[in-house]
Design a protein around this ligand. Structure first.
Ligand SMILES: Nc1ncnc2c1ncn2[C@@H]1O[C@H](COP(=O)(O)OP(=O)(O)OP(=O)(O)O)[C@@H](O)[C@H]1O
Ligand SMILES: [Mg+2]
Length: 235
């Protein structure tokens, strides 16, 4: 459903991504791994249309989206759950969730829309926190809110940027279960950026490893163990 061919990106004149080839099949879960600063966030932002490509081609569901602006990519079903979660601290949980509709409709507030019940089923804690300001939530609650907000738009592909970063183990487990349901029950494909390999292995079918803006290895998580690539995570 998603295909990157020789994709390049840069910050000014410094290349950050070079000749990236990556594919995700319908409903598949894929992990994108690599140490700090190798370009994982830039790659997700490039797929979402938030960072310009300097080379290559991007195809989504048989359509060339290389030149398509971010808001249209969102309407076609690409959702990004950003690193650091991107919660609006002064808006309530409910208002943050309603903003998920702005990805798919003309209305910015989403005020006429109802938050789908599956969001609260997936993350029961959000029901209790509905009227609370986003900024007072714990890291784990904010992460659940960020994933819930992306789900509101009923995406076909969800890009998640280090959802376990700075989150306590019990919530990491809940987020893992939610991602598996998103994938299995809602048939949403997942591209997961992670540094925590054990977690990546519980979610994904395949993996790619990046070093300095390039994909240096890819493989099947059902066949290989995380040990096979741990040494690549320190370069
Ligand atoms: N706005 C920017 N301007 C210039 N350089 C940037 C900018 N954002 C990121 N970079 C550089 O681009 C490279 C890739 O950054 P990116 O954030 O994509 O890495 P990452 O793999 O997501 O890292 P992390 O694991 O720390 O989140 C890094 O060397 C970083 O310093
Ligand atoms: Mg990053």
């Amino acid at each position: 459903m998603l295909k990157l061919e020789e994709v390049g990106a840069a910050y000014g004149i410094s290349p950050v991504l070079t000749a990236i080839r990556l594919e995700i099949a319908e409903g598949e879960a894929v992990a994108l791994l690599g140490r700090n600063g190798v370009g994982k966030t830039t790659l997700l932002r490039t797929i979402a249309g938030l960072h310009p490509m300097t080379a290559g081609r991007l195809t989504f569901e048989d359509r060339d989206i290389t030149m398509m602006p971010a808001y249209k990519r969102a309407r076609h079903g690409i959702a990004l759950v950003p690193q650091g979660r991107g919660i609006f601290p002064h808006l309530t949980v409910e208002q943050n969730l309603l903003l998920g509709f702005s990805a798919v409709s003309e209305s910015i507030s989403g005020a006429k829309n109802e938050i789908p019940a599956y969001v609260f089923e997936m993350f029961p804690a959000l029901t209790r926190l509905r009227a609370r300001k986003g900024g007072v939530l714990s890291g784990g609650e904010q992460q659940q809110l960020a994933i819930g907000r992306a789900l509101v738009a009923q995406p076909r592909l969800m890009l998640l940027d280090e959802p376990t970063e700075g989150i306590q183990p019990s919530i990491v487990k809940e987020i893992g279960e939610a991602l598996n349901r998103i994938r299995r029950d809602m048939k949403i494909a997942i591209l997961l950026v992670e540094q925590y390999l054990q977690f990546a292995w519980t979610i994904s079918d395949r993996y790619y490893v990046m070093q300095r803006g390039r994909i240096v290895k890819s493989g099947d998580t059902r066949v290989q163990s995380p040990d096979a690539i741990a040494h690549l995570m320190s370069v």
